[in-house]
Design a protein around this ligand. Structure first.
Ligand code: CLF
Ligand code: SF4
Length: 475
């Protein structure tokens, strides 16, 4: 049986397309200045964390309770705990000094929702006194279902849940116990409660129209393959973004995994899993596993400039109008950059080989940092279609004031050995030579990352075609 086309068909399809476009535009506006939820925004906007939440209600095997919550932080980092009033003062000081600060998050040092009094008092103060800043929260999820209404009422639009497993048999290898209804519960009984509560929380966020990012710590041999299943389930339940972070475990951190020799993934393993998960949903690759008192652009850590002793004596210069003007200038720059990027048409529709390049950048989406000053390199995958950010690699800074460069170069070569080039604003003759010896091309330039990457790729491809033709002829 054939069905006659609906008489509404032609007029409803554009309407549906319009509605979808409007929904996308609304979504885009919600994340446009959030450096974690938007990869593009992280080149321009800063976040800070206020460490007001010391206690935790679960134990993760990658966490040592002396340090910050490792669900968002690198293990081994200790942050100064603040009262809600101190946190407000800190934000007022820093919002004046860093006008591109758009987000304040609470991510520890324990679990924010295991410290609801301090967490929500802080959010209330911030909502009242710094209304132009977005609020953000990261939790293990155990207490989340109890607080979604309160989160919504405070207009907290971004919530992260760390979900490392959906299968209790796997989760039990990650979490030894939880504290639940005033009792400590161990083993499978504990993880079943935790996983149920995480799913319930995710569902409630979805119903409340709060954007949810899921963090997962990739632990090779325990949950690495299983994270594909986690990805599928959270996608179905409406999570907005999946942030798969590498386990960091070293014996000196004193964590269970560190002491038992559990390794973290290699950058290649992490990228392979992120690539698989990226097929069905947005994947975050620019996470820096920040401290619970992190400040600045992702990748720069200015927390030591604003210790409690320092910020308590600094003047409050918060000025919403100045901040608005500064951010307007950023948005104009972004528009210019977007136009420039739009002119970079794909070089070819034919598949061309993909290569990796390492980029030294201080932010702004530019190649604008000296090789010797970089503490991390951003890694881009480039092919005939364009350049895509795929991760970053922390390195020891090459310039050590004349000492120790040999050792730092060894470390840098280990970190970016799979890249074909380093794109940077300047590089001295000595490191240039060492990079070339390792088969990595040093490229000096100052422009949009995508522009410099494309110029290098075009040269690289032309050379490799020539080599390919020469080899073919030789045969
Ligand atoms: Fe902080 Fe987290 Fe909010 Fe960002 S961090 S609470 S969502 S404002 Fe960002 Fe830092 Fe990664 Fe977290 S880079 S650790 S994902
Ligand atoms: Fe540590 Fe965070 Fe896990 Fe609590 S939730 S045990 S603070 S990593």
């Amino acid at each position: 049986m054939t069905t006659a086309p609906s008489r509404n068909c032609h007029c409803t399809q554009p309407a549906v397309a319009d509605a979808l476009a409007q929904r996308d535009a609304r979504l885009q506006a919600r994340i446009a200045k959030h450096p974690c939820y938007s990869e593009e925004a992280h080149h321009h906007y800063a976040r800070m964390h206020v460490a007001v939440a010391p206690a935790c209600n679960i134990q993760c095997n990658y966490c040592n309770r002396k340090y910050d919550c490792a669900n968002e932080s690198r293990p081994g980092v200790v942050s100064e705990v603040l009262t809600p009033e101190e946190a407000l003062r800190k934000v007022l000081v820093i919002a004046g000094k860093i006008p591109q600060l758009t987000v304040v998050g609470i991510a520890g040092p324990g679990d924010p929702l295991a410290n609801p009094k301090q967490t929500f008092r802080t959010f209330e103060l911030l909502a009242e006194h710094v209304p132009d800043i977005k609020l953000c929260l990261s939790t293990n999820g155990l207490n989340l279902p109890d607080y979604v209404d309160r989160i919504k009422a405070l207009n907290i639009d971004h919530v992260t849940i760390t979900i490392n497993a959906i299968d209790p048999d796997i989760a039990v290898r990650i979490y030894p116990w939880i504290r639940w209804q005033r009792k400590r519960i161990y083993g499978k009984e504990a993880v079943k409660i935790l996983l149920e509560r995480q799913m319930e929380g995710l569902q409630a966020l979805q119903e409340a129209d709060i954007l949810c990012k899921v963090n997962s710590v990739m632990i090779p041999g325990i949950n690495d393959e299983h994270l594909l299943e986690v990805n599928r389930v959270i996608r179905e339940k409406g999570a907005f973004l999946h942030n798969i972070m590498p386990l960091i475990s070293a014996p000196e951190h004193g964590t269970y995994f560190g002491l038992t020799g559990q390794r973290g993934p290699t950058p290649q393993e992490l990228k392979a899993l992120q690539d698989k998960c990226a097929v069905g949903m947005k994947v975050m690759r620019h996470c820096r596993q920040c401290r619970a008192d992190a400040i600045g652009l992702l990748g720069e850590d200015r927390s030591q400039e604003f210790t409690k002793q320092k910020f308590m004596t600094m003047p409050v210069e918060y000025d919403p109008e100045k901040r608005r003007l500064h951010q307007t200038r950023i948005e104009l720059e972004r528009q210019v950059m977007a136009q420039k990027k739009a002119q970079l048409r794909p070089q070819t529709t034919q598949p061309t080989p993909a290569i990796l390049v390492a980029v030294a950048s201080k932010g702004g989406g530019l190649v604008n940092q000296h090789f010797g000053h970089a503490k991390e390199f951003m890694v881009y995958e480039v092919d005939g279609q364009g350049a895509r950010f795929v991760g970053h690699r922390k390195v020891a800074q090459y310039c050590q004031g004349g000492y120790g460069e040999e050792a730092t170069m060894t470390h840098i070569l280990q970190a970016i050995g799979d890249c074909q080039a380093v794109l940077c604003a300047k590089i001295g003759p000595c490191p240039q030579e060492k990079l070339r010896q390792a088969g990595i091309e040093p490229v000096e330039d100052y422009d949009l990352i995508e522009v410099v990457a494309r110029k290098f790729y075009d040269r690289w491809l032309a050379q490799h075609k020539e080599v390919g033709y020469a080899l073919q002829n030789a045969e």
